[in-house]
Design a protein around this ligand. Structure first.
Ligand code: IMP
Ligand code: MG
Length: 195
């Protein structure tokens, strides 16, 4: 059995980021969890201030945004609701460009302020599709909160109202983002190690 001091050591042990293997690929540390959380808190503060008196509905895109949405939403300090929807366009490390429908949006969003919560905007095609589907339901306004954006990969113009980090065209995972379904549980964000 562990003694009390051993248990405390396990809790306090510094979290060391090192290269990891996920399926057939190697990834190296990219953005530490602490830095992500600091940025997410700042985004939440900005959104809260902008959303004063607006009763927004957050619409988080599954699966990737579940971690970001949980952290962001708990830092929102104005009355707000959250709903989770599903749309998928990604296979492996290359986008297919084809997306399915919005599944799971049961709320009536007519006349409401909606904030789409997305993990990462890459080509922007899935976000464009989500926006079209939401706009058809006549909301008062739709804003986008994306943790990550790859500006050089955008194929369609997408206006990100709240952006966490702009990154180069590298494939990343962790903090909800996956490689073929794995790596979502990693606390930090990692990048594909091409060296
Ligand atoms: P888009 O339609 O090309 O913008 O693709 C966006 C979706 O692809 C995101 O919601 C992610 O689920 C996924 N995606 C894009 N880039 C990455 C990445 O670097 N790592 C993991 N998933 C990604
Ligand atoms: Mg996604």
């Amino acid at each position: 059995m562990r003694s009390a001091w051993q248990a405390a050591y396990v809790l306090l042990k510094p979290h060391i980021m090192e290269k990891i293997q996920v399926l057939d690929k190697q990834f190296r540390p990219y953005i530490p969890e602490a830095e992500v959380k600091k940025r997410v808190a700042a985004m939440a503060a900005q959104i809260s201030s902008d959303m004063e008196g607006r009763n927004p509905l957050f619409v988080a895109i599954l699966n990737g945004a579940f971690v970001f949405a949980a952290d962001l939403f708990r830092d929102i300090s104005v009355p707000a609701e959250i709903s989770f929807v599903k749309v998928s366009s990604y296979m492996g490390t290359d986008t297919t460009g084809s997306v399915s429908d919005l599944i799971g949006l049961t709320e009536d969003i007519a006349g409401r302020t909606v904030i789409v919560v997305e993990d990462i905007v890459d080509t922007g095609l899935s976000m464009k599709h989500v926006l079209e589907m939401l706009q058809a339901k006549k909301p008062a306004e739709v804003r986008i909160a994306a943790l990550l954006l790859k500006p050089d990969k955008l194929e369609v113009p997408v206006n990100i109202d709240y952006c966490g980090f702009k990154i180069p065209n590298d494939f990343i995972l962790g903090y909800g983002l996956d490689y073929d379904g794995y790596g979502r549980n990693l606390r930090d964000i990692y990048v594909l190690d091409t060296k």
